[in-house]
Ligand binder design. Structure first.
Ligand SMILES: *Cc1c(COP(=O)(O)O)cnc(C)c1O
Length: 474
């Protein structure tokens, strides 16, 4: 007599049988034959493992089709939109800047249609892809010329490789930054083929340190914005203007890597002042690099602005081709930069700036408006209050600067683990809600919740899986 588990294993329906079941039809319709077959194979494999571990009746073809359907449904795209209620406006892990409507429309149009990417419409001949941005960047920064690449890391890499391949790149020991995501200045220099020539000390670097380092082998000198840290106390640095004069005297190009950089004076909007690109250019740096998706509020990109002769050299570097940006992003960048030509309406139009400039009173009022509805959606196991919190700019911009904000502060009535389970359930929503758990509370900082997103936010919370949540909490 056969063993019982072998009997039930033999009763397990074949893939073709499950595919043919009426219950498989909706999934075939929605996901197609290949993906559905794949999912069926996977649930049959799982069922086989379960039966081997503990003999039981084999699931029917109908049941397996249902399981396959649930599996297909849970494979929702990872890049789906979410609610960033972390309080970090430019959250690198959450995609940094949310784009302006104008940028979105421009990118969509560029996706849908042919565009004059490298085509001169006046003369009907081949054009250059940088032409679209060159005049805008010149106008907004005061630089002679400009080019754009994949991101600021690429911009720095390209400058180093163009001017310091096999030569020395001079940099202060106080500015050897590491930015999140493995951007480390010494490593980038090595990969660019440049020999790093450190000068000064961690806390103090003087003009003489640079002067003594400049020589035959110098290819470039760098000034790097210490985006995500500050050196305080007994410190000295050579400011950009003085360093530009030193570099010019030695005939060495100065690259000022601003990191975030801003095209407008942020103090105008109640934020701490960051050096603007225009100031860095005016201070005499021959090249200035900055990001597209940090304070600028556009798509990922890296800008290099500066002297025409140097930009031309950069454009002749074969690496430029490997680091170039596509038409989608060029369209979005152009539309974003265009907004800067009208600074009076920038806050209305540029989400990054709108979020950063939001006043606490406004956010607090929003929290009070939502508090009761959110409490209802979360149920009896949690309390919801409106409380103070501090938002951050993020992406290493203005690292020491926090912005007074307001949050929905959620606490668990019972055990603390309930809060973690709630955070997990919120992340599992069709449009995930990401907050911050600290000090026994889950805080949803509403700084980045646009008013138009309030109703979708409440609709999303209404889809919370209370069944699973309750089971986990108890
Ligand atoms: C952020 C940053 C970079 C890297 O810019 P990405 O656009 O993220 O590639 C380089 N240098 C500095 C100083 C930065 O702050």
């Amino acid at each position: 007599m056969a063993k019982p588990e072998l009997v039930s294993l033999r009763q397990l329906p074949a893939v073709a049988t499950v595919l043919a079941a009426a219950e498989a039809e909706p999934w075939l319709e929605r996901y197609g034959r290949v993906a559905t077959t794949d999912a069926i194979r996977q649930v049959i494999d799982e069922a086989r493992e379960t039966l081997r571990a503990a003999p039981a009746a084999a699931p029917s073809a109908a049941e397996l089709a249902q399981r396959a359907g649930r599996l297909l449904d849970t494979r929702t795209p990872g890049l789906r939109p979410l609610f960033n209620l972390t309080g970090t406006v430019l959250h690198t892990n959450l995609g940094r800047a949310v784009l302006a409507d104008a940028a979105i429309e421009a990118a969509v149009a560029a996706m849908r249609h042919a565009v004059a990417l490298e085509y001169d419409l006046d003369d009907g001949v081949r054009g250059e892809r940088d032409d679209h941005l060159r005049s805008l960047l010149r106008e907004l920064t005061g630089a002679e010329d400009a080019t754009v690449v994949n991101n600021n890391a690429a911009a720095v890499l390209l400058c180093l490789n163009t001017f310091a391949l096999g030569r020395e790149a001079v940099v202060s020991r106080g500015e050897l930054i590491e930015i999140g995501g493995a951007f480390r200045m010494p490593d980038i220099m090595a990969r660019a083929g440049a020999h790093m020539r450190e000068v000064g000390t961690t806390n103090r670097t003087h003009a003489a340190d640079y002067r003594n380092a400049f020589g035959e082998r110098t290819g470039i000198v760098l000034k790097v914005h210490t985006s995500n840290y500050r050196i305080q106390g007994f410190t000295a640095e050579v400011d950009a203007r003085e360093l530009a004069a030193l570099a010019d005297a030695a005939g060495v190009p100065l690259l000022n890597d601003l990191g975030s950089g801003s095209l407008v004076d942020l103090s105008r909007y109640g934020l701490a002042k960051e050096p603007t690109v225009r100031e860095a250019v005016a201070d005499g740096a021959r090249l200035v690099t900055f990001s597209g998706d940090k304070l600028l509020g556009g798509p990922q990109a890296g800008f290099i602005v500066g002297d025409r002769a140097l930009i031309e050299q950069i454009n002749r570097n074969p690496l430029k081709r490997a680091l170039r940006v596509d038409k989608l992003r060029l369209a979005a960048i152009e539309a974003t930069l265009n907004l800067y030509r009208d600074p009076d309406r920038l806050v209305e139009r540029l989400p990054t700036l709108r979020f950063l400039a939001r006043r606490k009173a406004d956010i607090e009022a929003q929290a009070h408006r939502l508090q009761a509805s959110v409490a209802t959606q979360l149920g009896d196991a949690f309390t919801v209050e409106t409380g103070d919190c501090l938002s951050q700019v993020g992406s290493g911009a203005l690292p020491l600067d926090t912005l007074a904000s307001a949050a929905l502060v959620i606490r668990a009535c019972g055990s603390q683990s309930a809060l973690e389970h709630l955070a997990t359930a919120l992340r599992a929503l069709p449009r995930p809600v990401i907050g911050r758990v600290a000090d026994g509370a889950l805080r949803l900082d509403l700084r980045c919740l646009a008013e138009a997103d309030e109703a979708p936010f409440l609709d999303t919370l209404a889809q919370l899986d209370h069944h699973t949540l309750a089971a986990r909490i108890s």
